[in-house]
Ligand binder design. Structure first.
Ligand SMILES: [Zn+2]
Ligand SMILES: [Zn+2]
Length: 141
């Protein structure tokens, strides 16, 4: 392995490790900013390229675009996400059990609709933002 290849595989490892170490569903920009201080040779383009590679390999999944940036998840077992409309936080929901899925699909107009929970996102307000709103409302009264 030459030095360049070695450096590249080191960066690749660090990027995957970082994405897997957090449950905050980071963006490529976030990964870049976290790694840059200890990897001065790293470019944002490299982070994007590696994430694209991980997605192809099924090691990372896309959560979708939140606040204009695509976010990623290193936990690839199918699970739905909660996205805060206020601060853009992305949180995990446990994958629903078969009983819940049945109940949900039975209530749907098309009972045969099979929901893909890997791509399911629910949006709303996270507890922090909801709490903040309540406080502001209480103060302005
Ligand atoms: Zn929030
Ligand atoms: Zn997740």
């Amino acid at each position: 392995m030459n030095q360049r290849t070695q450096k590249r595989s080191k960066q690749r490892e660090a990027i995957l490790e970082l994405i897997r170490s957090t449950r905050s569903h980071p963006s490529a920009q976030w990964v870049y900013e976290k790694l840059k201080p200890r990897m001065p040779g790293l470019s944002l383009g490299t982070v994007y390229r590696n994430i694209a590679y991980f997605r192809e390999q099924g090691l990372v999944v896309s959560v979708g675009v939140v606040d204009g940036e695509e976010h990623f998840d290193g936990f690839v077992s199918p699970h739905p996400h909660l996205i805060c409309n206020c601060c853009g936080a992305v949180m995990d929901l446990p994958a629903p059990d078969t009983e819940t899925i049945e109940l949900l699909t039975r209530k749907f107009p098309a009972a045969d609709f099979s929901i893909d929970f890997r791509k399911t996102t629910l949006s709303g307000l996270c507890p922090r933002c909801a709490g903040h709103k309540t406080t502001t409302a209480a103060l302005s009264r």
